[in-house]
Design a binder for this molecule. Sequence first.
Ligand code: G4P
Length: 526
Amino acid sequence: MSQLTDEIQRRRTFAIISHPDAGKTTLTEKLLLYGGAIHIAGAVKSNKIKKTATSDWMEIEKQRGISVATSVMGFNYGDYKINILDTPGHQDFAEDTYRTLTAVDSVIIVVDVAKGVEQQTRKLMEVCRMRNTPVIIFVNKLDREGRDPFEILDELESELKINVRPLSWPINIGAKFKGVYNIYENTLDLFTPNKQKVTERVEITDIDDPRIDEAVGEADATKLREDIELIEGVYPAFDEKKYLEGKLAPVFFGSALNTFGVKELLDCFVKIAPSPRPTATDEREVRPEEEAFSGFVFKIHANMDPNHRSCIAFVKICSGQFLRNAPYKHIRSGKVMKFAAPTAFMAQKKNIVDEAFPGDIVGIPDTGNFKIGDTITSGEELHFKGLPSFSPEMFKYIENTDPMKAKQLDKGIQQLMDEGVAQLFVNQFNGRKIIGTVGQLQFEVIQYRLLHEYGAQCRWEPISLYKACWIESDDAEALEAFKKRKHQFMATDREGRDVFLADSGYVLQMAQNDFPKIKFHFTSEF
Ligand code: G4P
């Protein structure tokens, strides 16, 4: 096997996603502990944007610097090289989260056993489903009182719209929680509520082994056997192919805080999770094993220092070996560039690297050359797909409040949009600029950054909109007729595409009924 193939096959690039508070940070930290990337619990936690600060954007600004370090966490585990891509953890989640999901090969979803499937998990799952991303589910906090595991499985299936298959099973929960039976490996792990201690494992041969009765008592052992029998009867055997196709999610139970069930999750994860997969471009499919390098920018992290408008562009490597100082083509501008100081993220540290492989993320210091979605290659004209903009959920008119600074404001808006902070639409009727976001917080961040980084002042004005959707039609006449009828509600996005601004769900539905020849899209890529 060539070195390149070898490097590709040992890589696992994924994201942990959850509704805030389900335990994402805790689980991430425990995985890093297993990988030896950190040595004490609490190291990641202290970097986390404090939950109390959900509307405290100043705090978030301060922490933006820190979160570069936790954006990507790479570590070795056995023969595997693992890259965890962090997604912003605060309540108001940003487009950034969606985009990070375009750069991973699989995800682990954390669900709180008491709360079940929550709103953000549902939304994130939609993005995974669009891309057929393989999903493993970790049901967390089994040491707390929670819901019946069978009920949780049903909820996962109906709410996340994916088939599930338990690969481990809890013995009681809450105060009576005794451990989990690992269906995948046929092992029994007993629960010791201790945050640092490693799990105690009882050697067993199978589910009928009397050592289970000795370990957990006859009553619980009988209940476990009944549960497992039911599971085997109801759920088909675990099908790895279906998992890889994103159609079936294996489910594990545990307690991240107590480091319980985490190693089992990790061991199964490295075995079944995919190594870097082929990536679609407008031109063709790019396979990771191809010798020529290619990659795309999925995230741009602006620097804290307002005097130097420098940032870091995060590039996901899709094929070939990336080399420091090699000439690469920036496709959008046609320029050939050399990167003297690319950084990789290992064990929470940023280091300059000489090489990187598919599945890896490199950070490239930049002074404004890169935009989200940009492709870099050894020379071939490629354009990676799969970085759609999603229809925002909140909209406001942005108005200039300092006529002397109109230019600065325009430039600031332009660059913040390049960075992917929010989306800009221009109403074709009145020429006003509308900013669309997926969370309230982003309006505050934009206003703050425009002032501090560009010296521009703005104010927000309310606009009552339900959704912005991209429209198209094979019938040019029908499209013109629609645009004419709805002229007050037509806008263009930054690429000049037609966008219909629906002010209510009802209006949107009526428009869909009245104009059957018009296609309405809720992401910018169709
Ligand atoms: P998040 O990143 O998904 O937002 O969740 P995070 O890991 O911060 O966990 C949220 C809270 O849940 C934390 O408590 C954490 O300690 C707790 N937690 C995580 N896993 C478990 C578990 O397995 N069992 C129990 N009982 N609790 C768990 P906190 O009080 O908000 O934070 P802290 O003060 O403990 O740091």
